[in-house]
Design a protein around this ligand. Structure first.
Ligand code: URA
Length: 257
């Protein structure tokens, strides 16, 4: 649910908020001060239904030169350059190239690993089980709208068979397109989902469980590493849910600075 479309029933808001805290691993309600730094609303405002911090649609807060730029047009050019790609062997088994989805002018970008079966079938990133978890993190957790407030893509655009990790050559063939997507969108914050995305963006092996929550500079964007939603589904522990919750809280704070 986007901040501007927040439920106006305070009881329903409170219920949503409590449910979200529970789902995120909280066993106690965080103190007001813990959350007030995240919120622009003044004292006496209803409890937040999520981590949303901005009362403005994300696009409203974009600086002018970003408004004048044409990220959608640039993405279109990148997509055309990719064409009916045969640069690596992943092309042989794919149904669709999964280029990316969301708002080209988004200030927040998520980068995943590669399409799975559902994504390959539909041509869209994160539409399967892990995708539903990601949508929940974005919408219920962060109070953003997946289509309006974020842009989502992967390090490789074609499905690795059996959902294996993408190989070095496949990543090498696809990485220039990922970099051009980032250059087109120029997000303020990038979230790398899981070890492969983090390792590709940082150009080194990342130990994701140790390094999640850390910030990095990336071509003018701020990059934060977090756990992949598929990993979260496999290891649905309090600790992991809390970790992702904390990382997304940090991402929102950075977005709203
Ligand atoms: N996992 C990913 O990393 N990307 C997708 O698009 C779907 C699942």
């Amino acid at each position: 649910m986007s901040a501007q479309h927040a439920n106006t029933d305070p009881l329903a808001e409170l219920e949503n908020y409590l449910r979200f805290l529970k789902d995120s691993g909280y066993t106690e309600i965080p103190l007001e001060e813990d959350l007030s730094s995240l919120s622009r609303s003044g004292p006496g405002s209803p409890a937040p239904s999520n981590l949303a911090v901005s009362s403005h649609p994300v696009e409203d807060t974009m600086i002018k030169d970003r408004r004048d730029a044409d990220p959608a047009g640039q993405l279109q050019i990148v997509r055309e350059e990719m064409g009916d790609c045969t640069r690596c062997k992943l092309c042989k088994g794919r149904t669709h190239i999964v280029f990316g989805s969301g708002n080209p002018k988004a200030r927040l970008m998520f980068v995943g690993e590669g399409p799975g079966a559902d994504e390959d079938e539909q041509g869209l990133p994160f539409v399967g089980r892990a995708g539903k978890k990601l949508t929940e993190i974005i919408e219920k957790g962060m109070g953003l709208n997946r289509e309006k407030d974020v842009y989502i893509c992967n390090i490789v655009k074609c499905r690795p068979p059996g959902n294996r990790d993408p190989e070095a050559k496949e990543i090498e063939a696809c990485k220039p397109f990922l970099l051009k997507q980032i250059e087109a969108v120029r997000p303020k914050v990038i979230v790398a989902l899981g070890r492969p995305a983090a390792s590709v963006l940082l150009d080194r092996k990342v130990a994701i469980t140790k390094e999640r929550g850390t910030w990095h500079e990336f071509h003018g964007s701020k990059l934060i590493l977090t756990l992949h939603p598929a990993y979260l589904l496999r290891a649905y522990t309090l600790e992991n849910r809390q970790a992702v919750f904390d990382d997304m809280k940090q991402a929102l704070m950075e977005l709203n600075q």
